[in-house]
Design a protein around this ligand. Structure first.
Ligand SMILES: Nc1nc2c(ncn2[C@@H]2O[C@H](COP(=O)(O)OP(=O)(O)O)[C@@H](O)[C@H]2O)c(=O)[nH]1
Ligand SMILES: [Mg+2]
Length: 255
């Protein structure tokens, strides 16, 4: 089965933009990637998807048919995507490409925490999947938000049994020292604990101790790759990761 790469992350973390950047990067090196949009609520996409859920599910029609506002309609639409899973799978199978890049709904919880998504992934195929989890760089700047972003990622990871790569997106928006701090926290839990203690002296003591104890488990996520769709930084590293898990080699040769 052609490798499938799910792009997952909080709203605005840069999923759709990175799908486009990775696709263009692959194309420039003569690799073939198709793009799939699974976000019924996407208003604008930076790429033209080869397969697009919006052809069958539109937010407007869900709002009309179910008498819902935009928020309720997003939830119903996310569940309706499952009904389209077989059709999407058939469409995916009709392409012969090197990679299938899958863009997921803007709001993370619609994809990550509803049973419909596990069902969707199992219908699309459990094998040859990988997940790129985007950490919004802007939400990683201080130790508290770094910790909560990493815990959120870990809870998403527990929902899907697929190889997982953390990606800090939009790194062009970080000052060099902000970036160095994130890299340090990724590598060294003691540094994270030190900075967390310093900056969250006002946190409830019990809660902060619990967070500190739990922070050890965050190393399960590994170190993130730093990417920017503006500068294309890190795209090659993403590709090397994918080559390694799908083709057993991290060189950049075409399969
Ligand atoms: N500066 C900068 N902005 C970015 C980058 N990637 C995405 N954006 C912007 O962040 C916003 C949200 O991006 P989008 O891809 O739609 O996020 P999504 O909701 O996760 O799909 C858009 O305005 C993008 O132009 C990046 O690498 N650098
Ligand atoms: Mg998007």
């Amino acid at each position: 089965m052609i490798p499938r790469v799910y792009f997952v992350g909080t709203a605005g973390s840069g999923k759709s933009t990175l799908v486009n950047t990775v696709k263009e990067w692959m194309e420039n090196l003569s690799y073939d990637a198709i793009t799939v949009n699974l976000d019924p609520g996407a208003e604008f996409l930076p790429y033209t998807p080869d397969i697009d859920i919006r052809e069958n599910i539109s937010l407007e029609s869900v709002m009309e048919n179910y008498s819902l506002g935009p928020n309720g309609a997003q939830i119903v639409a996310a569940d309706l995507v499952v009904q389209e899973a077989e059709r999407i799978k058939e469409l995916m199978d009709s392409y012969d490409s090197d990679y299938t890049l899958i863009d997921t709904p803007g709001q993370l919880e619609l994809f990550a925490f509803r049973g419909s998504s596990s069902q969707l992934i199992s219908t699309l195929g459990e094998e040859n999947n990988a997940m790129l989890y985007l950490f919004d760089a802007v939400l990683m700047k201080n130790p508290e938000s770094y910790v909560s972003s990493r815990f959120l990622a870990m809870s998403v990871m527990t929902r899907f049994y697929v190889p997982f790569l953390g990606v800090v997106s939009k790194t062009d928006l970080l000052e060099p020292e902000e970036r160095m701090r994130i890299e340090r926290w990724d590598r060294n839990r003691n540094e994270l604990i030190k900075d967390l203690r310093e900056s969250s002296a006002s946190l409830n003591v019990q809660l902060s101790e619990a967070i500190l104890n739990g922070s050890e488990s965050l190393s399960i996520l590994g170190e993130s790759i730093f990417t920017s769709s503006e500068s294309e930084e890190g795209v090659e590293d993403i590709y090397a990761f994918l080559q390694k898990i799908f083709y057993g080699s991290d060189d950049l040769e075409k399969r």
